[in-house]
Every structure is written in C-alpha cells, then in structure tokens.
Design a protein around this ligand. Structure first.
Ligand code: PBG
Length: 358
C-alpha cells in the first residue's frame, strides 16, 4: 500500500479536527491556537464594548419580590435575620406593592403570618385569613399592573410548623395534605391570587391543585410549582420571618441537597401534572440543577434566591467585607446566566430601581 503524500496535511489539520468553532486559525504559539490574531480581551477593552458584549441582562420584569403580611400588628416589624425586610400590615403591604409596581418588577409573592395556629393550619384557607384579606386588598388596586402570587403551603399556619397535616405518629400525611392544599388554592384564587405557588413538596400536589382550581372555575389561575425544593439550611432566616414553630426538619419531604437527577424528575412530574412554571430553590447553590431543568423544560423555569442567600450578603456587607451592590448583581446575574427566566429575590425593588437608571 503506497502512502499518499497529500494525506498527512489533512490528517494533521488541528483546527478542523479538534474544535467545531469557526474562528480562523492564525499564526500559533504552543497551546494557543490562533494567537495573536485571536484576542478575547478585545471584547473587554471598555465599558461601552463590554456593555454591548454582555450575554446576560437582568430585566425588571423578571424580578419577583417575596413579601410577608402579619395578622394582629399595627405597624411593620423588622425581621432581624433579614435586614431591610419586614413583616407588614395590610396597609404597609399595599404601600410596598405600590413601590414594587413603580419599580416595574414582574410580581409579588405573598406569605401570610396568622395569629392563630393549629394542627391543620385552618387559617390557611379561612375566607377572612390574613393572606386572603391581603390579596383582597391588593387585587383591585394592583392586579392589572403586577402578578399577585400566593405561597401555598401549611407551615406558616400549623402549630407544629410542618408543611402538611400529620398522621397519628407524627409523619407528614401526603394525601390528606393534598385535600388541604386544594381548599387553600381555591380560597386564595377566590381572594384574588393570579398565581398559586405550592411549596410543600407533597407528591401529586400540582395535579390535585389544578383539578381543584378548574372545578371551582379558576381555569386561568396559574400554578408556579416549587418543583426542586431542597431541605436547605439557606431557609434559616425565613423561619424568623414567618415565626415558624418547626422543631426537627423537612428532610422526609424536601429534597436531599446531594441529588441533581431527582430535581429533574420532580420538575418533570410537576410539568406533567400541569404546572405553568417550575422553580428551583434555593438558587445560588443549585445552579447545576437549574441549568439542567432549563435544558429539559417546555415551560418557564424560575429560581428563588432565598432568605439565607440574602442574609449572608447583607451580613458580610454590613461588616464591610464585600461590595454589597456588586455582590447582589453578581448573584442575580449568575442565576440568570444559568437560565432562570424569572427570579424571586428580596432585592427585587432595589435592583429594579437601579436597572431603571441604566
Ligand atoms: C414553605 C416555604 C419556605 C420558604 C418558602 N416557602 C420555608 C421552608 O420550606 O422551610 C423559604 C423562603 C426563604 O428562605 O426565603 N412555605
């Protein structure tokens, strides 16, 4: 067999065989194909160039503010573990949401904190419960300008602090909890919620809630499912925010932080059950899960930058250890870059106001 003298040239053409990118190969130095013709730093030379080259842009409409409304108080109360955040009266909540509308953010996510707690969380679906009264005050004033979301869970309403009702031996009873969720969804929709957000990680919750909403005529009320929600220490400050009574933990229903594939399964099930939006939570430590869900999901994927993510930055910034504004922007940009189409963040208004001026 004779060798063709032309062959070695084609066989050793590195640009064609080692990369699928189309940049021209220039003079090379060892280990740097194309150098010095190819200088990625050209795209970073000035603020104007960098601005034009940015792949990721935060938008005001993609930010959602979680808010707390508490029964039985006559003035807002600061949440110590979340500096800058408060438990609101219905009046102060209305002022906050007015500010949110002015800032141009996409939604507010309401958490109610009732005075009366019991084993079944009866205030969660009470027609005059704090969440229902807050929604009723907000819906006519702001419902056209911003999406009113309601957290749909039992932990803020139960005396044991779990996200569902309990069996005699103290385990969370999945199927009995679903009946409670349906009643809560219907009463939140009745009060003016445009989107209900089940966050309890019960199996089958999205299907049960969809059927319940449809049966009651709320076919246009959306479901945002906290699909991949992890049993996370990042929820720590939130427990103060809602005066949680929880002893123990939620590891028998929220996900193990070790698991990525399972997050994809949870999102898939929720989509099959009719979720309009799926969400990954917390955000910053779960960007791999977020990116994978984004890749696979036919519906929008959101992320929740939770209380602990907020509190850590505020605490470090208060000590002068980090540049607060840059860290906030970097965390949100990272979440957006991983693919989140909207982000729940306690900085929503502040960031939106800043974006407005850019
Ligand atoms: C459950 C719920 C929690 C959060 C949102 N919904 C707490 C939990 O699951 O323990 C946490 C939000 C945050 O930490 O900012 N209703």
């Amino acid at each position: 067999m004779s060798t063709n003298p032309g062959n070695p040239t084609t066989a050793t053409s590195p640009a064609a065989t080692t990369t699928s990118f189309a940049q021209p190969a220039g003079p090379t130095v060892t280990g740097a194909p194309g150098f010095p013709r190819l200088r990625p730093r050209r795209r970073r030379v000035s603020a104007a160039v960098r601005r034009l080259m940015a792949e990721t842009h935060l938008q005001r409409s993609e930010l959602i503010l979680p808010v707390f409304v508490r029964e039985g108080i006559d003035a807002p109360i600061d949440i110590a573990a979340m500096p800058g955040q408060q438990q609101h009266t219905i009046d102060s909540l209305c002022r906050l949401v007015e500010e949110a509308v002015k800032a141009g953010i996409g939604g507010v996510n309401v958490f109610g904190i009732p005075e009366h707690l019991d084993a079944t969380g009866s205030q969660a679906d009470a027609p005059d419960g704090i969440t229902q009264r807050a929604l009723r005050a907000l819906a006519p004033r702001f419902g056209d300008a911003i999406v009113l979301q309601a957290d749909l869970c039992l932990d803020e309403y139960t005396d044991h602090g779990h996200c569902g009702v309990l069996t005699a031996d103290g385990a969370v009873d999945n199927d009995a909890t679903l009946e409670r969720y349906v009643a809560i969804a219907q009463s939140q929709a009745e009060a003016g919620a445009q989107m209900v957000c089940p966050s309890g990680m019960m199996d089958g919750q999205v299907a049960a809630i969809r059927d319940g909403l449809d049966a009651a005529g709320f076919t246009d009320v959306l479901i945002m499912a906290y699909s991949a929600k992890y049993a996370s220490a990042f929820f720590g400050p939130f427990r103060e925010a809602v005066r949680s009574q929880l002893r123990g933990d939620r590891r028998a229903y929220q996900m193990d932080p070790a698991n990525q594939r399972e997050g994809l399964l949870e999102a898939k099930l929720d989509i099959e059950e009719g979720a309009d939006v799926v969400l990954v939570k917390p955000a910053g430590s779960y960007l791999d899960v977020l990116a994978k869900v984004v890749e696979a999901s036919p519906v929008p994927v959101w992320a929740y930058q939770v209380s602990g993510e907020y509190a850590m930055v505020e605490a470090a910034a208060a000590n002068g250890w980090v540049d607060r504004q840059r860290i906030i922007d970097e965390t949100l940009t990272g979440i957006k870059r991983a693919g989140a189409e909207a982000i729940l963040t306690y900085w929503a208004i502040e960031v939106a106001q800043r974006l407005d001026r850019q």
